[in-house]
Ligand binder design. Structure first.
Ligand code: SF4
Ligand code: SF4
Length: 247
């Protein structure tokens, strides 16, 4: 017992103060892209061509964050003159179109559906569905349960059965083989329920987009309430999205 208490004393309190205390992410982190509208047209075209995800529209000078895998190639080749990534991790949206950004994003809080807050603001139980992803999205969702993020202190938990859940969090590009399992899980969740697409794969197919083996994004299969971009989304992006949308 003494050993346990000594250990606890030495370890101290490790849980993040977020959202009360702001968190500064390292400079290498890529969050909301800043798109410099005054950059030369040739540079925008060059970035559009170089983007492996076809996420850049050089004409309208927008980036589709639902497709972007935040590889940083556009920032590298334009040396930050067309695109530079900020450390803003609050990049989620309640509409797919909002992810097509010119560097700005409507406030998620303003667009959150009030009835979800009323229903799940005090307790939100989620079932995760891994639908053919690479496991990085799932790993970063798991991190939310660690003492640092401690998701359960907000009344949000991941549960084993869809019958105990208020909604599903889908990761991965929804391979053909996973579609039935996804639909069965969704149907097993009692109404009213929420659907969250987490990661570029679930939102648009991610690096697998265009393959006949995957879907064109969760929205082509189910009504999605919340889109959390990233490849994978940072745990703070998840936390920001869940707290802003439901709390
Ligand atoms: S960071 Fe996103 S927009 Fe830029 S090149 Fe990579 S995938 Fe394309
Ligand atoms: S979005 Fe990226 S990290 Fe997530 S499953 Fe797809 S490839 Fe993996």
């Amino acid at each position: 017992m003494i050993k346990l208490l000594k250990n606890k004393f030495e370890q101290g309190y490790r849980t993040s103060g977020y959202p009360k205390t702001p968190v500064e992410l390292p400079p290498r982190y890529r969050g909301l892209p800043a798109i410099h509208q005054d950059a030369p047209g040739e540079m925008a075209d060059k970035c559009e061509k170089a983007c492996p995800q076809r996420a850049i529209d050089a004409k309208t000078r927008r980036i589709d964050m639902g497709r972007c895998v935040f590889c940083g190639e556009c920032e590298r080749i334009s040396e930050g003159s067309f695109v530079s990534f900020t450390r803003n991790f609050g990049i989620s949206a309640s509409c797919r179109e909002h992810l097509l950004t010119d560097g700005t994003l409507p406030s998620l809080a303003e667009h959150a559906k009030a009835h979800f807050r009323k229903l799940f603001g005090r307790s939100l139980q989620l079932r995760q569905v891994s639908a053919g992803g690479c496991n990085a999205c799932e790993a970063d969702l798991n991190v939310l349960a660690t003492p640092f993020f401690d998701l359960s202190r907000f009344g949000i938990n991941f549960v084993a059965s869809p019958r105990h859940a208020d909604g599903i969090v889908v990761t991965g590009p929804i391979s053909r083989n996973m579609k039935t399992a996804l639909l069965e899980t969704y149907n097993a969740v009692p109404a009213p329920k929420v659907v969250i697409a987490a990661g570029s794969c679930a939102i648009s197919g991610g690096p697998f987009f265009g393959s006949p083996e995957v879907s064109e994004g969760l929205e082509s299969i189910l009504p999605v309430d919340l889109f959390i971009p990233g490849c994978p989304p940072h745990p703070l992006t998840h936390l920001h999205a869940l707290l802003t949308f439901f709390k």
